[in-house]
Write a protein that binds this ligand. Sequence first.
Ligand code: BG6
Length: 488
Amino acid sequence: MACAFESHAYVIFGATGSLSNSKLLPALFQLHCCGYLATNVKILGCGRTPYGRADWRTSVRTLLTGAATEDNHLEDFLRRLDYLSGDLHDPAFYQTLTAWVSLSECACNLIFYLAVSPELYAPVTNGLAQAGLLNERNGWRRMVIEKPFGHDLSSANDLQQRLGRVLEERQIYRIDHYVGKQSVQNLLVLRFANMILEPLWNRHYIDHVQITHAETAGVGNRTGYYDKMGATRDMIQSHLLQVLALLAMEPPVSLDAEAVRDEKVKVLRSIRPLTLSQIHESAVRAQYAGYLAEKGVAAASRTETYAALKLHVDNWRWRDVPFYLRTGKHLKEQRWMVAIRFREPPMQLFRDADATAVHPNWLLIGIQPEDIVRLEISARVHGLETRTRPIAMDASIVTLGERKADAYEELLLEVIQGNRSLFLRYDEVQAAWAIIDPLMQAWADDRTSPPVYATGTWGPVEADRLFGQSGRKWRQTLTCNADRDWEC
Ligand code: BG6
């Protein structure tokens, strides 16, 4: 007999790994504290670590101590946890899992979370399928898959085919955790709950768009993964293209998952393909100084830790408006922002007055760490001469002291509720790889070493070439300061 809707077990493969410890368990704990997990919901950790239930509980207690507002929250949460140790390639493991499921009164509905390396996606799903754990006779089955979904279009298609043999699309939740961030979700609200922006949101008023994701940290202990992927696959193919899609999409007919994803995929498919001859002027890769000396990085690795692209969305709304995307490790500041620059007025009435330049309008959207929306406009400076300066109209979204929910809290809850609008449909993944693949191929064929940039800077000077002779510049800050070079 099927369980009540809210009864389920969250089965985490890779339960003692870094994703589970840094994101999944803290997020599930918050959901528990906020009352989103029904009393009998269980969390089952699976993996190679030779733990029993008590070991895992002890380890999670250490992990979450400090996050708990009340001690009994933590102890109640720990009682939900159980652990199965085993080899995820071994069919016997899935028999043990089947036995656990049949003994567990809550586990008619099952969520499987693949927090494991991508090579294990196929073995785990096959193991589950062969053990009959994916059939929905006694309740629903949902599979959560982390990025990267493949490392190019062909491997993504291959993975999709394998999953398609044992799961239906409605059971697959492809995570891009940026889509779960509150400030990224706010892009849709900003665009479609406010009438004032819509008339301006097109090629007639917008000069260009910049999407920046800058990190101060290096690759850390993820070199094994990162050296194979690089910044473009790791960040642009997924997170940055998703943000571009949300910024550029047409209004969906509703907030229904399919309606939103239909519009996003249209944008991705409208991106002008990067041809070999354009790559030099449209894409820049670079490596931070010292990357080659990191443990686990191949001796002559050409993997980029910085990438910048100029893309065009060839549709009615955006034709000829460049979208500049950049991301990098070991940069000067931790900054994830969207900067939209508007066109200049058709006549500069105030340019001659005291030789003060009129600043273009910018709409700045801070995603992380600042969660803000700021509009920069020109205003007259008090005094007898007509002088202008940029001022900002500011809307900070999270006020000081307010807790900001982590993206994973929202995403894990959406899986429980069966809402797929924050997850990627396969055609979105496919379209994103189709944009990136020609670039990856061109860079793989290019035997020259990428330029090196000093750590703690804004990246390589070569990135400026994307602007050509347009006079545009990278926007580095969210603040405008007329006394300094506020545009940099
Ligand atoms: C991950 C990338 O998807 O996102 C990492 O693999 C990157 O390389 C991370 O550091 C950034 O996420 P966040 O949420 O910390 O900005």
